[in-house]
Design a protein. Structure first.
Length: 419
C-alpha cells in the first residue's frame, strides 16, 4: 500500500529527532552552570508556541554538523548594548566551539569599535591612526545608508588605516581564508588596499553586497585596511563592517549589537537585510527590546508591529532562517534619583511569544529564567548586574551565555515545549 507524502514527512522528522536525541545524549553539554538559588534553572528551555517546522529544520542541520562535522552553520544574534559588549555572545561562541570541537573557527562579522572610541569585543585587537568618525543607527532620525552592524566608521584623510588581529578564545583560534569588506563606493569615496604580512591586495567592488571580497591560499588572523585619496573628487571612506570567513566545516556565531538600539534603529539601516543575507544565517536570535521598553511612547502593539516589519524585511533576503526571540532582562527605571521596577519588561515578554507564534519562531524566556519581575535587584546584590539595574556585570553576562547555550543544547534532546 502506498504511503502518503505527509506520513513520510512526519516519519522523517521523527527519525531526525530520535537520531539527534541519541547523539546529544551521548555527549553532555560542555558547560558548567554556576548555581544561584534565585535563578529559575527549571525554566531554562526553548519554547515553541506555534509552528515547530522551522526549529526542526534547524535541529536537523545541527544534527548533521554534530554527527559528521560537515557543512557550515551560521548563527546571528542581534541586539543593543547587551550584545555590543560581546561578553554574553563571546561565551556562546566559546561554548559552541567546545561542543562542536572546533580548534579553528571563524570569528564571523566584526567592526572596529575601538577606532571610533566605543566599547566592543575582546576577541580581536584593533589599532588605527588619525581620527575615525563613528555613527550609529540610534542617532538616525530617518533611514540612512548604514549596514548590518548598525555602525559606520568614516575616514577623511588619505593614509588612514585600521589594523585587526583576531585572537580566539580558550577553545579555538580565529582564522580566515576569505574577507568581505562592506563599504561605500563611488566617485566621492576613497579607494583602499588590504595588507596581510608583506602582501598587498586591491579590491573589486560588488554592488550586490556593497562590499569587496578577498580570497587567500593560506589561513590568516591579521590584516590592515589603508585608505587612499587618488582623485580630487574623493572626500571620504565609509566602512560598514568586515566579515571574516573560514571555508571549512564549522558553526560560526556572529554578534551584532549597538548601544542604545531599538527595533526602529535597525529599521533605519537601509543596507541591513541585504548585507545580512551574505552571512547566510541558519538561526537569527533577536534580543532587541530593552531600549524599546524604556521609550516614553512604548506600547506592546506598536512594538510588535515594528518587529514584524523588521522580520518581513529580513525574510525577503533570508527566507529559510529560523527565528529565536529572547525576552528582555528584567530592569529598573530611574526617576528623580530613585529606581522603580520597569513593568514594560512583562509586555516585551508577552510580545516575544506573540511574535514567535505569528512568525513560526521560538522563544528563550530570559526574563523568567533570571527570576521574573524585579529580579535584577537580586542579581545586583549577588554581583551579576550593574548599578544602573539595566546592564549585567561581566559575571552576569557570562552566566547568561551559559544559560542560553544550555537551553539551546537541551532543546535538541527534548520535544518543543509550550509556554
Amino acid at each position: 500500500m502506498a504511503v502518503s507524502s505527509n506520513i513520510m514527512k512526519h516519519l522523517s522528522l521523527l527519525f531526525t529527532f530520535l537520531l539527534l536525541h541519541t547523539l546529544v545524549c551521548a555527549q553532555e553539554p560542555d558547560v558548567h552552570l554556576v548555581r544561584y538559588p534565585f535563578v529559575r534553572y527549571h525554566l531554562n528551555q526553548i519554547h515553541i508556541p506555534g509552528d515547530s517546522a522551522a526549529y526542526l529544520r534547524l535541529t536537523e542541520k545541527l544534527n548533521t554538523q554534530f554527527e559528521t562535522h560537515a557543512g557550515q552553520i551560521n548563527i546571528v544574534q542581534i541586539g543593543g548594548s547587551h550584545v555590543q559588549a560581546d561578553i554574553w555572545t563571546s561565551r556562546m561562541r566559546e561554548n559552541l566551539n567546545r561542543f562542536f570541537v572546533q580548534p579553528e573557527s571563524s570569528r564571523g562579522i566584526i567592526f572596529p569599535y575601538k577606532a571610533i572610541k566605543t566599547n566592543g569585543a575582546l576577541q580581536y585587537d584593533v589599532s588605527y591612526n588619525k581620527h575615525w568618525e563613528g555613527l550609529r543607527n540610534v542617532r538616525l532620525l530617518q533611514p540612512d545608508r548604514i549596514g548590518l552592524m548598525g555602525w559606520k566608521a568614516t575616514a577623511r584623510d588619505s593614509g588612514q588605516y585600521i589594523d585587526i588581529t583576531l585572537k580566539g578564545d580558550t577553545v579555538s583560534r580565529f582564522v580566515f581564508n576569505r574577507l568581505r569588506i562592506f563599504h561605500e563606493a563611488g566617485d566621492s569615496i576613497f579607494s583602499f588596499t588590504l595588507s596581510i604580512q608583506d602582501s598587498t591586495y586591491y579590491p573589486v567592488y560588488h554592488d550586490t553586497c556593497y562590499c569587496s571580497e578577498f580570497s587567500f591560499p593560506d589561513l590568516h588572523n591579521q590584516f590592515r585596511i589603508t585608505v587612499h585619496k587618488t582623485d580630487t573628487a574623493q572626500q571620504e571612506f565609509v566602512l560598514h563592517g568586515i566579515q571574516t570567513i573560514l571555508d571549512q566545516p564549522s558553526v560560526t556565531y556572529h554578534s551584532i549589537g549597538v548601544n542604545g538600539a531599538s527595533v526602529g534603529s535597525y529599521l533605519n539601516c537601509m543596507l541591513f537585510e541585504n548585507q545580512l543575507a551574505f552571512l547566510q544565517p541558519d538561526l537569527i536570535i533577536f534580543s532587541i527590546g530593552i531600549n524599546d521598553s524604556f521609550g516614553k511612547d512604548f506600547t506592546q502593539s506598536a512594538f510588535e508591529a515594528s518587529y514584524s516589519e523588521l522580520i518581513r524585511r529580513i525574510k525577503t533576503t533570508c527566507p529559510n532562517a529560523t527565528l529565536l526571540f529572547v525576552t528582555n532582562t528584567d530592569s529598573y527605571k530611574k526617576y528623580r534619583k530613585k529606581f522603580y521596577k520597569n513593568p514594560k519588561g512583562k509586555e516585551v515578554q508577552s510580545a516575544m511569544f506573540n511574535l514567535a507564534r505569528e512568525h513560526g519562531g521560538a522563544v528563550w524566556d530570559l526574563f523568567e529564567v533570571m527570576g521574573g519581575f524585579g529580579s535584577i535587584a537580586t542579581w545586583k546584590r549577588n554581583g551579576l548586574a550593574s548599578r544602573d539595574l539595566i546592564h549585567l556585570s561581566r559575571k552576569g553576562y557570562l552566566l547568561t551565555g551559559d544559560l542560553m547555550f544550555d537551553a539551546l543544547i537541551q532543546s535538541l534532546r527534548n520535544p518543543a515545549t509550550q509556554p
